[in-house]
Design a protein around this ligand. Structure first.
Ligand code: SF4
Length: 62
């Protein structure tokens, strides 16, 4: 599974790194960034939860 954050949409709320800290982190630009591009099986559920909880729908998974 691949994941990316759209920095133009992210408002830096901090939810995604709380939900999936192995996948997301906050950058110095106060936007979320992915720590990995390919999400391993064991992190996919948390990654999808983060995408579902993002208030901006800024997280794309496929
Ligand atoms: S949950 Fe969405 S809006 Fe909030 S920091 Fe993550 S990507 Fe940005």
């Amino acid at each position: 599974m691949k994941v990316r954050v759209d920095p133009d949409i992210c408002i830096g709320c901090g939810i995604c790194p709380d939900v999936a800290p192995a996948v997301f982190e906050m950058g110095t630009d106060d936007k979320a960034h992915t720590k990995i591009d390919q999400v391993p099986e064991e992190l996919q559920a948390a990654c999808k939860d983060a995408a579902d909880q993002c208030p901006q729908a800024a997280i794309e998974v496929d």
